[in-house]
Design a protein around this ligand. Structure first.
Ligand code: ATP
Length: 743
């Protein structure tokens, strides 16, 4: 396994991507260049990618300072990225790849990202990967002038630090420190928890009494509930039964009332019909009465008419008799006149059966005739007057006859008229009053009226009967209504009681009536149950106020106390474990340290002899002091000289001795490659030669990258990289051998 290449990007002065390749044959690579060109930055980059997070070890104030900070000409970068590429054809790294790259990347504001073969991973994965390679913590893959200085330091701790790291003591120290911190925390926790235990214990005593009261309260409450619920169940049962019965009765009563109403309505309908009939009868009665009155009027009129006609008939019969007498008188006179005329006698007007007027008329006619004869005589016609006298007599008779005949005619005509009238009146009277007929109609009407009145009376009786029936029904209906109302009131009362029970159940016990079904029945007598409930309630009142939460709180507190006890015992055990661990860590650290130092002392002596061409050296711990606090004494005996402490050597000798120690440490903790940063700075020419030889020896097992200013060191290198700063602040790496080859 060897390092194939190191790639830098954005790391400190390596603003641009830079790759340093280490060929398989280049066992020693020298990195050279002027002061401040960035050589040590290459080493920092290697430390960083291997997981170093201590800014001091990376020579920066803060971790983000490793990112290229910019120059006058270039802007700062936001990302730094370093990767190491290993050849793993030997399979030393436990991954099935012949090449393994480890990469670390960071951003100014963010955490680092780690990659193994481009796969994102954790730092721990990288440390695990390198665990057995010698590149992990506590190894000497990187040696600096600072470590040489530390070994040579007059301060015992600084020197110890180098050796402790080799013995892996830091690991124990860190663990011991952690264990001690934990021990302190455990002690503090024990104190705190003990206080808490006292506090919780006191609280528990308080709660115990409250919890006891609360438990009794709940038990009594439960019993009261059981009994009350039992009582309610019983009461509810009887109420339900009663309600059922009442509902049945009510429905019957309602049905009866409804039937009553129906019957009443029927009766009322019948009454209405009968009253209708009655009104019809009344109307007919009225009509018949009117007819009767009319008949009576008509009969009266007929009677009057009949009487009138009878009087007419009697008058006409009288007229008829007198006219018949007059007719026969006139006929007699005419006959007498004719006889008289035949006798030639003067007519006697007085004899005429005439009236005074007719006699006047006759006298006037006689005078007129005389006048007429005088007139004729005056004009000479005396004979004629003679004649006229004769004729005049005839005319008088004729006139008299005429008059009598006229009178007779008139009398006959009158007679005829009277007779006709009589005839008419007689037939009229027959028509008016056929015997007994008018009375029949009247009595028929009276009969009908009588019948109607009878019917009216009957109907009236029926109506009265029905109305009485209705009144009775109304009374019955009222009674039934009252009975129904009474039932309804009872039912409402029961409903009210049920409601009261329901409210009590839900309010006090969060139960519903149907839920009661599932609950047990009362097992004791009702009276006893009531007494027990009363007693229970009295007990509850005497227990109040009760903290019901106390039961749960008591249990919790008891649990808490046992938890505290458990914690105390755990903490006690942990404290003991930690104490044991500390002792154990100390032992292990001591053992490791002593073992390492013994081992180191031997190897150091060999290395010293090589570097100093003979002599010996040793590393001792101050006796009589605890191993882990003992001072480290380094003594050397160069060839031909006595044992000397390191301080008594020359500067160069001391540096070389320190380098010998570092190489010895490297032998104890070998790693695949080793960075040496100017550890040869203080060596003179002769010592540089020995150092270079040592490097050569080491390069057989370890790939060496050495930062140096020394040409002799460069001379043993298989490859040289020059770091330059052509552009101020920007490092650039060039392969010197290649350059030389090119030249
Ligand atoms: P020397 O031979 O004197 O030991 P060197 O070649 O080892 O010198 P380094 O110590 O590697 O030089 O480089 C130091 C330089 O790196 C300094 O000039 C310092 O300003 C520069 N530097 C350190 N951190 C950054 C950074 N984040 N950005 C830019 N430059 C940085």
């Amino acid at each position: 396994m060897f390092l194939k290449s190191l790639t830098l990007r954005g790391f400190k002065t390596f603003a641009e991507g830079t790759e340093i390749e280490f060929g398989p044959d280049a066992r020693i690579t020298a990195v050279v260049g002027p002061n401040g060109c960035g050589k040590s930055n290459v080493l920092d980059a290697t430390r960083w990618v291997l997981g170093e997070d201590n800014p001091r070890h990376l020579r920066v104030a803060a971790l983000s300072d490793i990112i290229f900070a910019g120059t006058a000409r270039r802007k700062p970068l936001s990302l730094a990225e370093i990767s190491l590429l290993f050849d793993n054809s030997s399979g030393k790294l436990p991954v099935p790849f012949s090449e393994v790259s480890i990469k670390r990347r960071t951003f100014r504001e963010g955490e680092s990202e780690f990659f193994i073969n481009k796969n994102l991973c954790r730092l721990k994965d990288i440390k695990d990967l390198l665990l057995d390679t010698g590149l992990g913590e506590g190894t000497y893959s990187i040696m600096t002038q600072g470590q040489v200085d530390a070994i040579l330091s007059s301060k015992g701790e600084e020197r110890r630090a180098v050796f402790e790291e080799a013995a892996g003591i830091n690991k124990y120290k860190t663990r011991k420190l952690n264990a001690e911190k934990k021990l302190i925390a455990a002690e503090q926790n024990l104190l705190r928890i003990n206080d808490l235990k006292v506090e919780v214990g006191e609280h528990l005593i308080n709660l115990e009494d409250q919890a006891r009261r609360a438990r009794e309260y709940l038990q009594v409450q439960g019993r009261v509930k059981e009994l009350e619920v039992g009582l309610i169940k019983k009461l509810a049962g009887s109420l339900l039964e009663k309600r059922c019965q009442l509902e049945a009765e009510l429905s019957q009563a309602r049905a009866a009332a409804a039937a009553e109403v129906a019957a009443e309505q029927q009766s009322e309908a019948a009454v209405i019909t009968l009253k209708e009939q009655l009104r019809g009868l009344e109307a007919e009665l009225e009509e018949q009465a009117v007819k009767l009155d009319a008949e009576k009027d008509r009969l009266r009129d007929a009677e009057l008419n009949r009487r009138f006609i009878e009087s007419e008939i009697s008058r006409e019969e009288n007229q008829l008799a007198s006219l018949e007498a007059k007719q026969s008188e006139l006929q007699q006179k005419i006959a007498e006149l004719k006889t008289q005329q035949a006798s030639g006698a003067d007519p006697a007007a007085d004899d005429l059966p005439l009236g005074g007027a007719i006699q006047q008329l006759i006298a006037d006619a006689h005078q007129a005739m005389s006048l007429l004869s005088a007139v004729i005589a005056y004009f000479g016609q005396e004979s004629s007057f003679q004649l006229v006298g004769r004729q005049d007599l005839e005319a008088t008779y004729s006139l008299q006859n005429q008059l009598l005949s006229d009178e007779l005619n008139r009398t006959s005509t009158e007679l005829e008229r009277i007779r006709f009238g009589l005839q008419a009146h007689r037939s009229e009277i027959t028509a008016i009053s056929p015997a007994g007929q008018p009375e029949q109609a009247k009595s028929a009407l009276q009969d009908r009226i009588g019948q109607l009145k009878g019917e009216r009376e009957q109907l009236g009786r029926q109506v009265a009967e029905l109305e009485e029936g209705i009144r009775q029904r109304e009374r019955a209906e009222r009674a039934k209504g009252e009975a129904t109302a009474a039932l309804e009131i009872q039912l409402a009362k029961i409903e009210g009681e049920m409601l009261g029970l329901t409210e009590k159940l839900s309010g006090e016990y969060s139960l519903t009536l149907p839920e009661l079904e599932t609950l047990p029945d009362l097992t004791i007598a009702v009276g006893k149950a009531r007494t027990d409930v009363e007693e229970g309630k009295r007990r509850l009142r005497s227990l109040e106020p009760v903290n019901l939460l106390a039961i749960e709180e008591f249990d919790k507190t008891r649990e808490r106390l046992s938890f505290i006890d458990a914690q105390l015992s755990d903490l006690g055990a942990a404290r003991e474990n930690l104490k044991n661990l500390i002792v154990e860590l100390d032992q292990r650290a001591e053992e490791n340290f002593v073992r390492t130092m013994e081992q180191l002392s031997i190897i150091f002596s060999e290395t010293f002899a090589k570097l100093f061409a003979g002599g010996e050296a040793r590393i001792n711990l101050t006796p009589g002091v605890s191993v882990l606090e003992a001072d480290i004494e380094i003594s050397v005996r160069p060839s031909g000289r006595r044992w000397l402490p390191l301080t008594l050597l020359s500067g160069g000798e001391r540096s070389l001795s320190a380098i010998a120690i570092l190489f010895s440490l490297m032998k104890i903790r070998p790693s695949p490659f080793c960075f040496l940063d100017e550890v040869d700075a203080a060596l003179d020419e002769a010592n540089i030669g020995r150092f270079a030889n040592m490097l050569k020896d080491f390069s057989a097992t370890t790939q060496i990258i050495v930062i140096t200013h020394n040409k002799r060191t460069m001379a043993v290198a298989d490859n040289i990289y020059g770091v330059t700063m052509e552009e101020p602040g920007i490092s650039k790496v060039i392969s010197m051998k290649l350059t030389e080859a090119a030249v």
